[in-house]
Design a binder for this molecule. Structure first.
Ligand code: NAD
Ligand code: USQ
Length: 415
């Protein structure tokens, strides 16, 4: 099978490309390196040094004898992605290539717009390229559990049966996302579902939870194959952040009471879930949704787990409750169904002391690279223009100033 992995230079896309290549898939990665640029913009950096995409692919060939093709370009550029799809003729497209940080999308207007244009236009272009060149191709799209928010009822896998005024229908599960990033995923979902309906495209929307972990079997083959590991206040996800904080003796930064509960999964399970989705594709015209996570935790539970694991290694780490920079329910009901991938063969790799230990050991090795001034949560949801430290992301940057609003049209009043 031929598979395009968009975002193939990213945290999940690069290990996914290797995972599939190792199992005999012909893989082409697409990326425009925007993520490396956004790191430069915000003064952030992967904890683990990462090779360039070309060096990674060369190292992969050297280590395994297998090739991965590279297409460098922007998914929002239709002639580019349309040409790649036309020439490569994929059986499946695994679409990771989006701006994926909720805090980044909440910095200011420019970053909200950038996020939504990048994600929604990129996805729509892929859908059009599939329709034009490979209508049988299966689109495996990375969505997010955050599309649902935290409703006070059980979360179903994509759809819910509703009886209203005596009539019953199965409808998309209500969406209450918590950032302009999460909203971009909701808009993607609607666009994809619509395209499946009108053109018979096949798609699996994977509502993935928060991913943690640093290594897969493939990244461990050679240090040039390592994937990125984010820990800063913009890109770092909570469990990865707590591991770094523990390693450098920084208090674990729990937002508010820490009652925010989310679904989590190990990076190795992400790899396998995608493989399962590709192996057992949606039917033509089918838009299916899987909730892709393996267990749920509150932030406070995660902090306790990491604190205990650090203590086991002789390290005392404090837990600090900081005012929540986000607007989110601090304590809430959370019970999300996640059985479809398990029914298709996923054997979850649950968070264990050994797993936390292995991440802690790995980050310990690189802790000299931590930029301590990037750990703090740099973006507050309540601000419309966050100056995040170096000033480069502030709306007040020279040349980036918000234009003055035009004067209102004059309305002549009747006397
Ligand atoms: P990442 O930022 O490490 O990787 C994303 C990659 O996409 C980057 O290499 C970036 O350069 C590329 N990209 C972005 N916009 C592009 C464009 N317009 N054209 C070409 N390339 C583009 O992110 P990640 O953690 O690997 O996440 C991958 C996907 O999985 C995202 O869609 C994200 O929303 C989703 N997801 C991630 C997590 C998580 O915890 N990491 C959880 C749920 C869902
Ligand atoms: N949190 C803390 N302390 C921290 C960092 C985060 O308490 O130091 C809290 C947040 O307030 C939030 C929760 O932890 O309640 C999760 O935050 P996160 O940054 O780990 O995850 P999130 O912003 O939701 O985004 C990440 C990925 C995104 C993906 C999403 C899956 O960046 O791409 O879509 O996880 S989900 O959360 O299921 O929507």
């Amino acid at each position: 099978m031929r598979v395009i992995v968009t975002g193939g230079d990213g945290y999940l896309g690069w290990p996914q490309a290797m995972y599939l290549s190792k199992r005999g898939y012909e893989v082409c990665v697409v990326d425009n390196f925007s993520r490396r640029l956004w790191d430069l913009e915000g003064g952030t950096e992967s904890l683990i040094p990462i090779a360039s995409l070309h060096d990674r692919v060369a190292a992969w060939r050297e280590t395994t004898g297998k090739s991965i093709q590279i297409a460098v370009g922007d998914l929002t550029d239709f002639p580019f992605i349309s040409g790649v799809v036309r020439d490569f003729k994929p059986d499946a497209i695994v679409h990771y290539g989006e701006q994926r940080s909720a805090p980044f999308s909440m910095i200011d207007r420019r970053h909200s717009v950038l996020t939504q244009v990048n994600n929604i236009v990129g996805t729509l272009n892929i859908v059009y390229a599939i329709r034009e060149h490979v209508p049988e191709c299966h689109l495996v799209k990375l969505g997010t559990m955050g599309e649902y928010g935290t409703p006070n009822i059980d979360i179903e896998e994509g759809f819910i049966e509703i009886t209203h005024n005596g009539r019953t229908d199965t409808l998309p599960f209500p969406k209450q996302p918590g950032s302009f990033y999460h909203l971009s995923k909701v808009h993607d979902s609607h666009n994809i579902q619509f395209a499946c309906k009108i053109w018979g495209i096949r798609s699996t929307d994977l509502n993935q939870g928060v991913v943690y972990g640093i290594e897969t079997d493939e990244t461990m083959l050679d240090e040039r194959l390592a994937t990125r590991f984010d820990y800063d206040g913009i890109w770092g996800t909570v469990l990865n952040r707590f591991c770094i904080e523990a390693a450098i003796g920084h208090p674990l930064t729990v937002h508010g009471k820490g009652g925010q509960t989310r679904g989590y999964l190990n990076i190795r399970d992400t790899m396998r879930c995608i493989e399962i989705a590709i192996e057992k594709p949606a039917k033509p015209g089918e838009y299916r949704v899987f909730n892709q996570f393996t267990e749920q935790f509150s932030v406070a539970q995660l902090a306790d787990l990491i604190q205990a694991a650090a203590k086991h290694k002789g390290r005392t780490v404090a837990i600090q409750h900081i005012a929540d920079p986000r607007v989110e329910a601090e304590v809430h009901y959370y019970n999300a169904r996640h059985t479809k991938l398990i029914d298709l063969g996923l054997k979850p790799r649950l968070l264990s002391d050994t797993l936390i230990d292995s991440v802690l050991d790995k980050v310990e090795h690189y802790k000299h690279r931590v930029k301590k001034d990037r750990i703090e949560a740099l973006v507050n949801w309540r601000n419309t223009s966050n100056a995040i430290g170096y000033g480069t992301m502030s709306a007040k940057v020279e040349g980036e100033a918000e234009p003055e609003p035009k004067p209102k049209a004059r309305i002549s009043r009747a006397r």
